[in-house]
Design a binder for this molecule. Structure first.
Ligand code: TXA
Ligand code: MG
Length: 345
């Protein structure tokens, strides 16, 4: 199949909308990461999303809408969700709802809940409005690769597999949406993202819980609240190790570790804050943004992980951010990229 790669415009949006309405797949930008969309009510179309990504059938998709009125066809809406939608939609918050039978089981991997979000990216919003469909869309990467934050990342993974990629430039947030469960007791974050625990608590006026496996691997006997958490994700080919501790000690340790790997003949580099580029100049430093802006690290993270593979890195050592605010989402993704290997300097 030929894959068209077009800048988002009135005509390419029209083409994208026609493709979605005829059961085909379109990759499009959102404010978090690029999504791979299909008509959520068309089970065949949704199945082809799983095929294009190589995604396990038991990992459910997020349904994207542009208007809250669309919820009436999809799910029941509990009253606690209303202030959250008022505060954070459109934006990077996904909420789980009890689904209606009309939503095909393939979308939710057989679960009784459906995950819904309203993206704020103007191209995503325009596409959803033009086609008028609820659109099921996981991140537009091949399963197991970092999520795409540039249209060129989508092309790397999806060329020949889908008919159209809409290029809307780099994604602003850079990590996927926050997934919030309101269906099983206390509000619980299943996946941290751009809408932080602190932001949710300020609207709900109650404590928001964190799923256990956000900052550590899932235990063999533990059930994943969100099926996606079971899978190895965001993993570059290199062995990634995180180094935490006092600033000076971390810098010294990063130099040591990188040097040792190189002496052993392995291609090695560090991921470090902008402020440390100079101190680590002999370790092929990759800039993960300022140490005081976790948003910058979120924005750059997936592109950086993809470049490690292109460069053929074998061992990578990274600084860490405090797991607060958007930093929690960064540490969840970085932690999983490192299989939660952390050294204390
Ligand atoms: O920002 C985002 O959320 C992006 C953009 C494209 O919107 N989408 C995205 O989709 O990251 P995906 O499929 O890569 O991640 C969806 C996550 C998975 O971890 C999945 O297990 C979880 O949401 N999920 C979806 N439906 C669920 C459900 N009913 N119950 C629990 N977890 C669910
Ligand atoms: Mg994904």
């Amino acid at each position: 199949m030929e894959t068209l790669f077009l800048p988002a415009s009135a005509s390419s949006l029209g083409m994208a909308s026609d493709l979605l309405r005829s059961g085909q797949l379109v990759a499009f930008p959102t404010e978090t990461v690029y999504g791979l969309g299909a008509d959520a009510m068309n089970a065949e179309a949704v199945l082809s999303v799983f095929r294009a990504k190589g995604r396990p059938a038991d990992n459910p998709l997020i349904v994207h809408i542009y208007d809250r009125a669309q919820l009436a066809d999809l799910c029941t809406v509990p009253s606690e969700a209303v202030p959250l939608m008022d505060a954070f939609w459109p934006g990077p918050l996904t909420i789980l709802f009890e689904k209606f039978p009309a939503v095909p089981d393939v979308v939710t991997a057989g679960l009784p809940t459906v995950a819904v979000r309203m993206p704020s990216h103007p191209v995503a919003a325009a596409l959803l409005k033009t086609c008028g469909l609820p659109v099921a869309a996981p991140s537009a990467n091949s399963s197991g690769r970092p999520s795409p934050t540039l249209a060129s990342h989508v092309l790397e993974d999806m060329q020949g597999k889908i008919p159209l990629i809409l290029d809307g430039g780099p994604c602003d947030v850079g990590v996927e949406s926050t997934v919030l469960d309101l269906c099983h007791g206390a509000p619980t974050i299943l996946r941290p993202g751009g809408v932080t625990k602190e932001m949710l608590e300020s609207v709900l006026h109650t404590e928001v819980a964190l799923a256990g496996s956000i900052l550590r691997p899932l235990r063999p006997d533990e059930q994943a609240l969100s099926p996606g958490m079971r899978y190895k994700h965001y993993a570059p080919k290199a062995a990634v190790t995180l180094v935490e501790g006092d600033e000076k000690a971390v810098l010294a340790r990063l130099k040591d570790l990188c040097g040792q790997e190189r002496s052993a003949g392995r291609k090695s580099c560090v991921l470090c804050f902008t402020e440390h580029l100079d101190a680590l100049r002999d370790c092929s430093p990759h800039d993960i943004g300022s140490r005081v802006h976790a948003e910058e690290t979120a924005h750059r993270l997936f592109d950086t992980l993809r470049r490690l593979d292109e460069e053929g890195m074998e061992s990578v050592f990274s600084e860490v951010v405090p797991p607060e605010g958007v930093g929690l989402a960064v540490m969840n993704r970085l932690g999983r990229a490192a299989a939660f290997r952390i050294i204390h300097a």
